[in-house]
Ligand binder design. Sequence first.
Ligand code: NAD
Length: 308
Amino acid sequence: ERLSQLYIHESVSNVIPQDAFTSAFDETPIEVELVGDEKTYGKSDAVATYVPREAFLEAGWVHCIRAGYDAFDTNAYEEAGVPLTNSTGIHGSTVGELALSFMLSFARLTHRYREHQTQSHWWTPPYERPFTIENERVCVVGLGTIGEAIATRCDALGMTVTGVRRSDDPVPGVTDLVSPNRLHEAIEDARFVVLTVPHTPTTEGMLSDAEFELMREDAYVVNVARGPVVDEDALITALEENEIAGAGLDVFETEPLPEDSPLWDLDEVLISPHKGSATNRYHLDIASLIKENIRRYQSDDSLKNRVA
Ligand code: NAD
């Protein structure tokens, strides 16, 4: 059955302006309408959404506007025979640039200068503190869209790049490829450990006590993946006990990060509010993924980014 409607669930407004997003489909050959939770669906309907809803299992196809689709019950989609697609493939530069900005700040100290700037204070760091990311080793764990974008950017800035990846196909920018079961070897001499894996049972708590103990004392963790990939209590302990030097975090076990989290008060922790993918053209990037899949759906081609 062909699609006759694209319904945009109002939850998209969690991350993109719904009107601009809807207008991005002006030239699309099927009807597009913004809907709330009262809507029911049939097989000729496509849904674009941020949150999962039981009712979507009656639709013809569901697109999750996020890359991480861990909130969706993929088994239920498979049982219902409803294809589920996600928005992977578009976060390389956005999330990648945030990860690089964390790394550059830790090395060049913009976060510390800004802190003193708010007090009109001409602060100078101890001689030993600043460094360059050039010539340092970064370990990028997970070489999908975001991991690869980070690897190529780090390479361009003169870093040595270790990549942790299940397959051993070469990846641009990566000097050393290591398989996930050798994670410890990959992280032990890295100045930066950057997490870009999805949250799965295998990746949950991937960095915990043992890993922080193993890492260099002057190493920084950058998590732009999902909060639970890092054991947050273990991270806090490692930071408080100077087992590692700092952390740049866009994602947390609980979001928003609770006000009483010790992470807020640590000097060498950079916190961003899960906005790694934020850009003023995000709605257009997502819309073009969906438009491409409408074209494919209507001509019985396999859908891009299908996850169930
Ligand atoms: P992607 O699917 O392109 O890449 C994920 C990569 O991780 C794949 O290459 C996969 O093979 C690999 N992988 C999976 N399990 C692994 C393991 N155990 N060890 C090593 N590698 C493993 O996805 P992406 O677009 O690069 O995004 C990655 C993750 O980042 C998403 O799943 C999402 O949770 C998160 N994300 C965060 C933001 C943000 O705003 N901070 C935005 C987009 C995505």
